[in-house]
Each structure stands twice: as structure tokens, then as C-alpha cells.
Unconditional design. Structure first.
Length: 177
């Protein structure tokens, strides 16, 4: 989910950079704003959050085109909200989770992890697996983690799905359990 939202954020940021700075007399083509409004619908669906108030309203439409100032304002508003909600603008200052692997020749391979335990939970369709992953999340968030609880959940996960277990490994290493 986060990867999809980040992709939409990138598209919106690109659109924002292309919108002309101008007053109400500068126009933006209608198909661009229609595409933007459709993107807002898609973002709302993926994130399960209503972002419809960020759409450029038809009242800003003049003929087939839209006002540049109102269009730019709406795109800027949604970018600011996504940056605040998902910390996209802070990524430059805060490095992604990173695992460094050294081989015998001392070559270094860095792997950036761009998903969270919540993403894994949301992608999982099995209710029992969701329950176990939520238990793991709860345990990992505690100040003093119970290794026996974590271990029993991990054993269940590896027996349930090798793929989910492999996704969990980098997150577990990051937490240094």
C-alpha cells in the first residue's frame, strides 16, 4: 500500500512542477486536471482515506480548461498532506531502513527496505495470519520484548508462509530483537 501511495505522490509532485505559476487568467488543459481528479479517487481508494476535497472543482473550469492558480493550489495542498501523513518530504533527512551485507571479499551490498509490518499485514488475506502478524507487531512495539512470544509467532509464520517470513526478516533485523 505505501509503495502505491508513494508512487502516486511522485506523480503528483511531477504534475505540480509542470503547472504554471500564474493568476486566474493562465489556463491548464482540462484533460490534465481530469487526470489529477481521477488520481485523487485512486489515492482515496488505495489509502482508504477520503481525499476528494483536494479535487479541482468544476467551478474552476472555463470552457474546457481550468484556472492555473486554483489547480496549483489543490495539487500543492494534497502534496503537503501526503508529506505530513507519510513523511515523504523527510526521507532525505531520515535514511530508509538499511541492511548491509558483507561477503568474504568485503564487498558491501546495501538493501533499502521500503515497506513496514503494516504493509505486510494489509497484503495478507488470511485472517489467522493477520492475527499472528498483529500479535508480532504488538510485541515488537513493547519497550521490553518477550523473545518467547516473538519466537513462537515466527515459527508459526515460517510454517504458514515462507514468503511472509522472508519479508519480515529485514524488519526484525532493523529492530535488533
Amino acid at each position: 500500500m505505501l509503495v502505491k501511495i508513494k508512487s502516486i505522490y511522485g506523480d503528483l509532485k511531477g504534475l505540480f512542477s509542470e503547472l504554471p505559476n500564474g493568476d486566474k487568467h493562465v489556463k491548464v488543459r482540462g484533460f490534465i486536471i481530469n487526470n489529477f481528479n481521477e488520481t485523487i479517487d485512486k489515492l482515496s481508494e488505495i489509502s482508504k482515506t477520503d481525499y476528494s476535497s483536494y479535487k479541482v472543482p468544476d467551478s474552476e473550469k472555463y470552457g474546457g480548461d481550468y484556472s492555473s492558480s486554483s489547480s496549483r493550489s489543490q495539487v500543492g495542498r494534497i502534496l503537503a498532506r501526503l508529506e505530513e501523513e507519510y513523511s515523504f518530504s523527510k526521507e532525505i533527512k531520515t535514511p530508509n531502513s538499511q541492511i548491509v551485507i558483507l561477503n568474504k571479499n568485503h564487498n558491501e551490498i546495501a538493501i533499502n527496505i521500503s515497506y513496514t509490518l503494516n504493509d505486510i499485514i494489509n497484503q495478507t488475506e488470511d485472517e489467522k495470519a493477520k492475527e499472528k502478524l498483529n500479535q508480532l507487531k504488538t510485541e515488537l512495539e513493547r519497550p521490553t520484548k518477550n523473545w518467547e512470544t516473538i519466537k513462537s509467532i515466527l515459527i508459526w509464520v515460517i510454517n504458514f508462509s515462507k514468503d511472509i517470513f522472508v519479508q519480515l526478516l529485514p524488519l526484525l533485523l532493523e529492530k535488533k530483537i
